[in-house]
Design a protein around this ligand. Structure first.
Ligand code: 5AD
Ligand code: SF4
Length: 468
C-alpha cells in the first residue's frame, strides 16, 4: 500500500487550478448537483467530491435543472441500481439539450464494469467525465481536464494501491462521519460483484486512521463509523489478525470520541477479541451488524460464506454472552439460485431465533461475471417477491418487539435535527434506533446529547419526551 502525500499535494494543486478557472469562467458562483447511491463507503466519497467542488467555488443545488455540473456516484451491487442510473441519464439528456454547457460526471462502482463503460461510450456520449473506484483520488485532476475539454473523458483503472489522504470533505452532519479503514474485499461471496469492482483488500495504516479521527474531533465530530467491506479482516494484509480489535481499542481512547460504530462485519471473521473490545470499551456502541444472508447451510455453502447456520447462531450466542444488551442487525438475501421453500424456512427460522432489531432485506439480483449468475435453477421473480414479503412481515414484527422493549426506558440520544415540519426532533440511540420527541420550546444543537424517555414504539422508530 502506498500512502501517497506527493499525490495529495498534486491533487490539492489541481483544486486550486480549478478554482482559478471557475473564477474566470463564471461571473457568479456556478452550481453543482450531486447524488449518492449505495453503501456508506460511497456516501463518504460523495461527501469528498462535494467538498472538493465546493472548495472550487461551486454551490450545491437540489435540482439537476439548476446545475452547471451534475455528479452521480453509482452503485452496482444490484441490477436495479444500474437501471436507475440509465433512467437518470435519459432525463439528463433532455436537460443538456437546453443547456449544452452542463457537465455530467459519473463515478463509483458501476463504472468499474466494462459493459457499462462500453454502453456509456456508445449510447451516452453526452456524459463528460467517467472514472471508477481505483482512481477516485484523481478527481481534481480529471475535473480540471474535463473543464478544458469538449469531448468525453473516460478514465477507469483496473486496480490501484494508492490511498490518498487529506482531501476536503463536505460532511452531512457536523458531529458524525464515516472513516475508511480499508478498501476492497477478498471474500468472493458467489453472488457479489463488489470484489470485482472494488478490488483486493487494502488496509489503511492505523496511525493515519487515528490522525484523521483526531482531526475530525478537533472539527466537532463526536461519532465515527469505521468503514470497510469486511472490517474484521482489517490489517490481515499487514499480517496482524487482531488488528481490528486493537484499532477499536485505540480509537476508544481518543479524547472527544463519544460513539464508535463499524461496518460491515463478516460473521466468518468476527472474532472473540472484537466482541470483547466492544464489551470493554466505553465508546464502542453496542450494535452488531452481522449479515447472515441466508439460513440454509447448503445455500450458505453455495454462497461461499464460510459459515453454517449453526456457526452463525453460535456467534450470536457469543455476542449475547459478552454484550447482553446489544442490538443485532443483519442483511438477508432471498431467492439465491436453487433456494427451495425449505431453505427459505431456514432463513425465517434464523430471523425468529435471533430477533434482529432491523434487517436489510434484498431480492437476489443476478450480477454478470459472478459464479452465482451461472448457477442453474434461478428462482422466478414472483417467488422471490413472495418470499421477501413474508420475510419483511416477520422482521417488522421483530423490529416492533425490540422497540417495545425500550418503552419506559430513558435513552441517550444524539440530536440530528428537527423534522421537515419542525414539529419533532430526531436523533439516534447508541444502538442506532431512531428516536423522535416534540420540539416544544427547547432548542438543541445538532449533535447534542439528550436524554429521552421512550413512550411509544413503532416498527421503524420510537417516540418519547426529553427529560433534561
Ligand atoms: N443480490 C442481492 N443482494 C445482494 N447483496 C450483495 N450482492 C447482492 C446481490 N447480487 C446484498 C448483501 C450485502 C448487501 C450490501 O447487499 O446482503 O450484505
Ligand atoms: Fe454499491 Fe457495494 Fe460499491 Fe457500496 S461497495 S457502492 S454497495 S457496489
Amino acid at each position: 500500500m502506498n500512502n501517497n502525500t506527493q499525490e495529495s499535494k498534486i491533487q490539492l494543486e489541481y483544486i486550486n487550478k480549478c478554482t482559478e478557472l471557475v473564477k474566470e469562467k463564471y461571473e457568479k458562483a456556478p452550481a453543482f448537483f450531486i447524488q449518492n447511491a449505495g453503501c456508506q463507503m460511497n456516501s463518504l466519497q460523495t461527501d469528498t467530491v462535494a467538498g472538493i467542488v465546493k472548495r472550487m467555488g461551486y454551490t450545491e443545488v437540489s435540482r439537476e435543472e439548476d446545475a452547471d455540473v451534475v455528479i452521480y456516484n453509482t452503485c452496482t451491487v444490484r441490477e436495479n441500481a444500474n437501471l436507475k442510473i440509465y433512467g437518470h441519464l435519459g432525463h439528463l439528456k433532455s436537460i443538456k439539450k437546453k443547456n449544452p454547457e452542463l457537465k455530467i460526471i459519473l463515478f463509483g462502482c458501476m463504472m468499474q464494469e466494462p459493459e457499462v463503460i462500453e454502453k456509456i461510450h456508445k449510447e451516452y456520449s453526452f456524459v463528460d467525465l467517467v472514472f471508477g473506484t481505483h482512481n477516485f483520488h484523481k478527481f481534481p485532476e480529471l475535473f480540471y481536464r474535463s473543464l478544458n475539454t469538449e469531448g468525453q473523458i473516460i478514465d477507469v483503472w483496473k486496480e490501484s494501491d494508492e490511498i490518498v489522504e487529506g482531501m476536503p470533505s463536505d460532511r452531512k452532519y457536523s458531529f458524525k462521519t464515516g472513516v475508511n479503514i480499508m478498501f476492497g474485499c477478498n471474500n468472493f461471496c458467489s453472488y457479489c460483484i463488489v470484489q470485482y469492482v472494488r478490488g483486493r483488500e487494502k488496509s489503511r495504516e492505523p496511525e493515519a486512521i487515528i490522525e484523521e479521527i483526531k482531526g475530525l474531533v478537533a472539527d466537532g465530530v463526536t461519532e465515527v463509523m469505521l468503514l470497510g467491506q469486511n472490517v474484521n479482516s482489517y490489517g490481515k494484509d499487514f499480517g496482524d489478525k487482531d488488528a481490528f480489535a486493537k484499532l477499536l481499542r485505540r480509537v476508544d481512547i481518543i479524547p472527544g470520541v463519544e460513539r464508535i460504530h463499524y461496518m460491515t462485519s463478516h460473521p466468518r471473521d468476527m472474532s472473540e477479541e472484537v466482541i470483547k473490545a466492544v464489551a470493554e470499551c466505553e465508546h464502542i456502541c453496542e450494535n452488531f451488524h452481522l449479515p447472515f444472508q441466508a439460513g440454509s447451510s447448503e445455500i450458505l455453502r453455495r454462497m461461499n460464506r464460510g459459515y453454517t447456520k449453526e456457526k452463525y447462531l453460535e456467534l450470536v450466542k457469543m455476542v449475547r454472552k459478552y454484550v447482553p444488551d446489544a442490538t443485532i442487525t443483519t442483511d438477508i438475501i432471498v431467492g439465491f439460485p436453487g433456494e427451495t421453500e425449505e431453505d427459505f424456512e431456514e432463513t425465517l427460522d434464523v430471523v425468529r431465533q435471533v430477533g434482529f432489531t432491523s434487517a436489510y432485506t434484498f431480492i437476489y439480483s443476478k450480477r454478470s461475471g459472478t459464479p452465482a449468475a451461472k448457477m442453474e435453477s434461478q428462482v422466478p421473480l414472483a417467488v422471490k417477491k413472495e418470499r421477501l414479503n413474508r420475510l419483511m412481515a416477520l422482521q417488522n414484527e421483530n423490529s416492533l418487539k425490540c422497540h417495545e422493549k425500550l418503552v419506559g426506558q430513558t435513552v441517550e440520544v444524539l440530536a440530528e435535527g428537527p423534522s421537515k415540519q419542525k414539529t419533532v426532533w430526531n436523533g439516534r440511540t447508541r444502538t442506532g434506533v431512531l428516536v423522535l420527541w416534540p420540539i416544544e420550546d427547547k432548542q438543541y444543537a445538532v449533535g447534542q446529547k439528550v436524554n429521552v424517555q421512550i413512550e411509544a414504539a413503532q416498527t421503524w422508530l420510537v417516540k418519547g419526551k426529553a427529560v433534561d
